[in-house]
Design a protein around this ligand. Structure first.
Ligand code: PRX
Length: 631
């Protein structure tokens, strides 16, 4: 048998991490089993212990968990400041000169910032926000690329209890406006532009369009870059804003349930949901999962390639790594520019030890071929993480061989914007079953159930649920409590994740994809309804239906079926106009890869579009039950 097929075979079965990883890891296989059992037998006792050991509390909590179904509170009565845990305590512990971040970009510019310097910058910014009149509970929208300036802005909000709403800097003006309106942000912090693939992408002009006429937006703080823009009216320069501010500020104790951030994510309806996370439980859970998933050690150089605009960036670039006092690399740029070796060059240069990326990126590099990573010394690597979508065995194997050089462990991590942190994962020193996300994290009780919420036998496809609240569970959907409640009411009182899964005899969970009308395009979540609303807002379109199709690199691609208004003639130009329209409405993420003009759409008698039928037809698979089909 060739080497390759041997590993592939292993990939389908059980796999052990290299001995040096197992020997040094915080959690062993036996340790996992014991601690997991304890954490499930008495989650409150478990979390109370971890919370006292891992975080600094200004005031200890009265109750670990208050569960008034479907609402829950963690560490009620407790007080802490997440930025204290991320910054001050490391400085107090002698890590003032430890690097918090190494920033680099496509042009090879580099900035290094220590914990001591980061705290000073955060304090200056937080003092500036206070002087501006920002108070606890105010919402602030952040529309910036991955930079130290962005992380400072995020932490400054958290330091004073302002709720940040970070919007991915690839979203269009209308998507940004919707998020500003939904959160009623009174301050916007933005960058003038970002550079991607050598091109300047203006961000400030997107903000100008998004805030047009929004009177409650009082100030716009603009992070100017090499090329300066003229600022008017409400606008203030990021650096002018902090220059005269003191770099000292005592971290104010916050209630454990003080809202920390809102992050908009896609659901099954056209409007994104404002997932709200709070301070104590989120700090604890992201801290602890970061430490254990990446088995963090003091000399690690950690690199998560996500963008701070998504939850992975919030939890595993900002809060989790900082709370652990880690040193992170951050990179503002594309994965394959100026060439497909850029990431591997960075790993070599900075001796990255722990690396966290998405299967879509792995598949992109598979396409470019193994000669690219082969040019670089990747021997510093120890743990390779995966997130965002199922990692197929081929991609797993390629990642393991060509990046890990058969000497690292590949860990999968399943979670969601709503869960705040890793829920199912393969801890590095534990038994691994490649192709399966792994087993639940401590204190997380998962199951695979049928539509009635009844537990299914092993290896049966069903719906993934989480039985009880965990510390970093979303607390609500901002200004939309009914949408929050749906998570807990749809499936017999369990948290319904919206994913299809199977569970094997050992409790290993395999994720098969979404069970609802939510697509996963390059690891980005997008609702079919969102794309459909964007399509029908185009004046030439009467009706639209969107499906996801399997795609070699992106995981899924978007196909739209469109009925034109009477008298509108289909053409190549119209196709482009429609695509551009969706890009303007949603940003590039939501743009359909294919558009087909049709005369009719399959519908139920009650008028609901049967996307399932469209999909089956498109993919040439079984159509299934069509008894409800109208025509
Ligand atoms: O379908 C699952 C998929 O991504 C969804 C959550 O998307 P989002 O909230 O944008 O968060 C992405 C980053 C955490 C899930 O419902 N997903 C995420 N991670 C995995 C995954 N599917 C399979 N395996 C994973 N490791």
């Amino acid at each position: 048998m060739s080497d390759e097929s041997e590993v592939l075979l292993q990939a389908k079965q059980e796999f052990q991490a290299p001995a040096n990883i197992i020997a040094n890891a915080a959690i062993s296989e036996a340790g996992y089993e014991k601690l997991y059992a304890e954490s499930i037998a008495d989650p409150e006792k478990f979390w109370a212990k971890i919370a006292s050991e891992e975080l600094h509390w200004h005031k200890k909590w009265d109750t670990v968990l208050e569960w008034n179904y479907p609402d829950y509170k963690w560490f009620s009565g407790g007080e802490l400041n997440i930025t204290y845990n991320c910054l001050d305590r490391h400085i107090a512990g002698g890590k003032e000169n430890t690097l918090a971040y190494i920033y680099t970009n496509e042009e090879g510019k580099e900035e290094r910032i220590t914990y001591g310097e980061l705290l000073k910058k955060v304090n200056k910014f937080a003092n500036g926000l206070k002087e501006m009149g920002v108070v606890k509970g105010d919402r602030i929208t952040v529309y910036m690329p991955l930079t130290i300036e962005q992380i400072v802005a995020i932490l400054a909000c958290a330091r004073i209890g302002a709720i940040h709403s970070v919007v991915y800097a690839g979203f269009s003006a209308s998507a940004l406006r919707l998020r500003i309106e939904e959160s009623q942000s009174k301050v916007i912090i933005c960058s003038a532009y970002t550079k991607r693939r050598g091109k300047i992408i203006l961000l400030k002009s997107v903000v100008d369009e998004a805030v047009d006429g929004l009177v409650y937006v009082e100030k716009i703080i603009v992070h100017q870059r090499e090329e300066k823009f003229e600022l008017v009216e409400k606008e203030v320069d990021y650096y002018d804003f902090i220059i005269d501010q003191s770099d000292e500020m005592t971290a104010e104790p916050m209630d454990a349930e003080q809202p920390l951030f809102i992050l908009y994510t896609s659901g099954t309806t056209g409007k994104p949901k404002g997932v709200l996370h709070t301070t104590g439980g989120y700090n604890l859970f992201t801290h602890y999962t970061t430490r254990l998933a990446f088995d963090l050690k003091p000399d690690d150089i950690y690199w998560c390639t996500a963008d701070t605009g998504w939850v992975t960036g919030h939890s595993y670039i900002v809060y989790g790594p900082l709370s652990n006092g880690a040193t992170s690399l951050i990179f503002e740029g594309a994965p394959d520019f100026p060439d497909p070796g850029v990431w591997w060059g960075l790993i070599e240069k900075y001796k990255v030890t722990k690396f966290y990326t998405a299967p879509t990126a792995v598949r992109l590099f598979m396409k470019y071929g193994e000669a690219w990573p082969a040019k670089y010394d990747l021997s510093s690597l120890k743990i390779l993480g995966s997130v965002g979508e199922p990692i197929n065995p081929e991609a797993w194997l390629w990642y393991y061989k060509n990046i890990g050089r058969n000497n690292c462990v590949v860990i999968d991590t399943w979670w969601q914007t709503e869960t705040g942190g890793h829920m199912i994962l393969s801890l590095p020193a534990c038994k691994q079953k490649p192709g399966r996300a792994g087993r639940p994290f401590f204190g997380v009780e998962t199951d695979v159930v049928n539509k009635n919420g009844e537990s299914l036998p092993a290896n049966t496809v069903g719906l993934l649920v989480i039985k009880k609240p965990w510390p970093s569970a979303l607390r609500t959907c901002y200004n939309d409590a009914p949408r929050f409640q749906q998570y807990w009411t749809e499936m017999k009182g369990f948290y319904f994740a919206g994913d299809l899964a199977t569970k094997d005899e050992d409790g290993f969970i395999m994720i098969l994809g979404r069970s609802d009308d939510v697509l996963n395009v390059s690891g980005h979540r997008i609702g079919t309804a969102e794309v459909e609303s964007a399509l029908v807002s185009c004046e030439s379109i009467a009706e639209a239906a969107v499906i996801g199709k399997p795609h070699e690199i992106k995981g899924q691609s978007i196909k739209a079926f469109v009925i034109l208004r009477q008298g509108v003639v289909p053409s190549e130009t119209l196709l482009q106009t429609v695509k551009n329209h969706v890009r303007n409405e949603l940003g590039a993420i939501g743009m359909p890869d294919e558009i087909e003009f049709v005369d009719k759409l399959p519908k139920t008698r009650s008028g609901k579009i049967m996307r399932r039928v469209l999909k089956a037809k498109e993919l040439g698979t079984e159509i299934g039950d069509v008894s409800t089909l109208e025509d």
